[in-house]
Write a protein that binds this ligand. Structure first.
Ligand code: BGC
Length: 701
């Protein structure tokens, strides 16, 4: 293939080459897709179409969006800790892309959750690079099994939305290699994605799209990436620098960029070999695409089958944060009073380029009714009227049809009214929602990271009234990022974190409440006790009102690596998630070979319900020369559905390479005693054992 690609390049004029490396500005073949390249008819090179994104295929159409499944947000997929389920989602999304004529899907998003306020956390997987890399690999494999390319984004260290197009992100090479690049490295090596999208921000002084170290030294030469690199939409400043850095394709592209590239070659400022290299990288991908193969797409993806995949993934990603005295599951006859406007205006996903256009979204209230839960219908009607009334008011009116707004004030019921519902129902369910999206970060204020006064007072009222009658309160969190929970969680008996799980949201929420789904998700990111505890205190940079620079002072101590090493208690730790059943861990053994360790143990369901457990393997390093986190996740395994009394023998293989730290230009595994810790969360370690490495190991980057 590459011989024919080379031949193709040799036939191209300079103008044609410049046209190929600059996108067409707007997608025409599939109107309202995020972008398209320019075809060169004379040479039989078709245009290829790109579309967002992580939550489902987004095609705006000519004023009428293409219906596509709204899958669970990326943070939900990571919460499943189940690569098999994630691969199914990738496959389904790939099939939708394929049947709509899309060649490259602009997903997965895989930036690290550096700070809980980042508006796009819902679109990214985790604070941990291993979990990120494994989940992304599964997703990419699924998408690409359909002959559609996946595109890892946003490369790299795009961990905030504030001033994302210009902010200079200052990060040590160690933190880059160990935290911010590692997930990408895993996915590049394991899943061979067709494309990578360079990020908007600068990295250590240079725009990512103009950063030769990042795009050529690390990505291509270091990791062997052989796909194409495209810019984020309108990223960077200088098309010639982008070409030189190894950013093959400029998206969405404009004619000025084409001209600048032609002129630079003519003036000798850009060598034609560099341009040829980029053209080749693009062509190598084009010849793999459905467009090149002349695939006749149907415009009829199997949305019914994919709804089931969306449901399954959403179900596996639910995290049960708290369940005092087995409040959940509820009996099917339990009378439920549902509070919170989020029961009607339920959020399926986050906003921005990852927004979706499904045929339907089942709201929480609809899901409860459909599944036959006994909801207080008078209260439900009250909420329906309230939402309608508020949304007709100027200040709460939607600006764009179909795009959600922040919820109206939550505390509109009097104490007497709440008391009436407490008397005649068995349990209260309060829906708490938080909207977030591309282009803005949350603030560490009430209504942002903290509950607003009206959300808090609703919880207080409901708690007082229901507890007075000895009845329980369940909170459903319909959020895309961690919020503060420590100050109010004692008011309630159970907290079910459903995140923003796509179009089937109401159905999965209902099934989880009544135990048809036994929650088996675990947190892919820490819920800090207070914003003050968050290590990335420099977020979103300096000067605070309009940051141009953000320094990652916390270095490698991101998420639990910080909380665990420095003894800071989180509200809910990384990896946490309860189940309606109980699991017992036993029989830990470790076998060390020349290049890996095998960690073997047993997990048994010792409770009353069938359930799945996510067993996590952390490794605690010896005290050597390089300062290191107390422990780091090195592997994990989700069990199959275990019936009560049933056990699974588990084996997790960890390459020794994965234990390395980056030091002085090398990956180094220091000799000494390592502790292997196996547990149900980063703070619920059930089994420990040790092994000794006699000699240090080192690897070239
Ligand atoms: C986003 C990308 C997205 C692109 C195309 C950009 O603004 O950052 O994630 O893929 O738009 O819609």
């Amino acid at each position: 293939m590459s011989a024919s690609v080379k031949e193709l390049v040799s036939k191209m004029t300079l103008e044609e080459k410049a046209m190929l490396v600059v996108g067409a500005g707007k997608a025409r073949r599939v109107p309202g897709a995020a972008g398209e390249t320019r075809g060169i008819e004379r040479l039989g090179i078709p245009s290829i179409v790109t579309a967002d994104g992580p939550q489902g295929v987004r095609i705006e159409g000519d004023g009428k969006p293409y219906p596509a499944t709204a899958f669970p947000s990326a943070i939900v997929l990571a919460s499943t800790w189940n690569p098999e389920v994630v691969e199914k989602v990738g496959k389904a999304m790939g099939e939708e892309a394929k049947e709509y004529g899309v060649d490259i899907l602009l997903a997965p998003g895989m930036n690290i959750h550096r700070n809980p306020l980042c508006g796009r956390i819902f679109e990214y997987y985790s604070e941990d690079p291993i979990l990120t890399g494994e989940i992304a690999s599964a997703f990419v494999k699924g998408v690409q099994s359909q002959g559609v390319g996946a595109c890892l984004k946003h490369f790299a260290a795009n961990n905030q939305e504030t001033n994302r197009r210009l902010v200079d992100t200052i990060v040590s090479e160690r933190a880059l290699r160990e935290i911010y690049l590692r997930g990408f490295e895993i996915a590049v090596k394991k899943a061979k994605p067709w494309a990578v999208m360079s990020a908007y921000n600068k990295l250590n002084g240079k725009y990512c799209s103009e950063n030769e170290w990042l795009l050529t030294k690390v990505l291509r030469e270091g990791w062997g990436f052989d796909g194409l690199v495209m810019t984020d939409w309108g990223a960077g400043e200088n098309p010639v620098e982008q070409m030189k850095a190894g950013n093959d394709l400029l998206m969405p592209g404009n004619d000025d960029q084409v001209k600048a590239i032609i002129e630079a070659v003519k003036k000798g400022e850009l060598s034609e070999e560099v341009l040829d290299r980029n053209v080749e990288n693009i062509l190598k991908v084009i010849v793999k695409t459905l467009a090149f193969k002349g695939y006749k797409y149907s415009n009829k993806p199997d949305l019914e089958a994919h709804a089931k995949v969306a449901y399954e993934a959403a179900a596996e990603g639910i995290v049960l944060l708290k369940n005092k005295d087995s409040t959940l599951p509820l009996g099917k006859e339990t009378k439920i009073a549902v509070f919170g406007t989020g029961q009607i205006e339920t959020l399926r996903g986050g906003l921005g380029s990852g927004w979706t256009h499904p045929k339907y979204t089942v709201s929480i209230l609809e899901g409860f009714k459909e599944k036959g839960l006994k909801v207080d219908s008078e209260l439900a009607e009250k909420y329906e009227k309230y939402v309608e009334e508020m949304r007709s008011r100027e200040e709460y009116k939607p600006k764009r049809p179909g795009v959600p707004l922040p919820p109206p004030p939550q505390d509109f019921l009097s104490e007497e009214e709440v008391e009436k519902y407490a008397e005649r129902n068995d349990v209260a369910v309060v829906v708490v929602s938080r909207l977030s999206g591309e282009g803005w970060d949350l603030k560490p204020v009430k209504g942002g990271f903290y509950l607003s006064d009206d959300e808090k007072s609703l919880l207080e009222k409901v708690s007082k009234a229901f507890h007075k009658y000895g009845k329980k309160i369940v909170v459903i969190l319909n959020i895309g990022l961690p919020i503060e929970v420590a100050s109010w969680r004692d008011l309630v008996d159970a907290i079910l974190l459903i995140w923003q799980p796509g179009q089937e949201v109401g159905r999965v929420a209902a099934d989880a409440l009544i135990g048809l789904i036994n929650p088996s998700g675990k947190l892919p990111t820490t819920f800090p006790r207070d914003y003050e505890d968050v290590p990335s205190w420099s977020f979103p940079g300096e000067p605070p009102d309009n940051p141009v620079k953000v320094v990652y002072y916390e270095d490698i101590y991101v998420g639990y690596r910080y909380y665990d090493t420095f003894g800071v208690e989180p509200a809910y730790p990384f990896g946490h998630g309860l189940s309606y059943t109980e699991f017992e861990y036993s029989d830990l053994r470790v076998e060390v070979s020349a290049d890996s360790i095998k960690v073997k143990f047993k997990v048994k369901n010792v409770g009353k319900y069938p359930g799945k457990e996510v067993a996590q393997v952390y490794v605690s390093p010896p005290r050597g020369e390089i300062p290191k986190p107390l422990q780091e996740l090195k592997g994990f395994h989700k069990t199959r559905l275990l019936q009560p009394g049933e056990a699974e023998e588990i084996e997790v293989e960890i390459p020794l390479r994965l234990l390395a730290s980056y030091s002085c230009g090398k990956w180094l595994v220091e000799a000494g005693k390592y502790e292997v810790r196996v547990g149900a969360s980063s703070r619920d370690i059930r089994l420990r054992t040790e092994f000794t490495l006699e000699k240090s190991l080192s690897y070239e980057p």
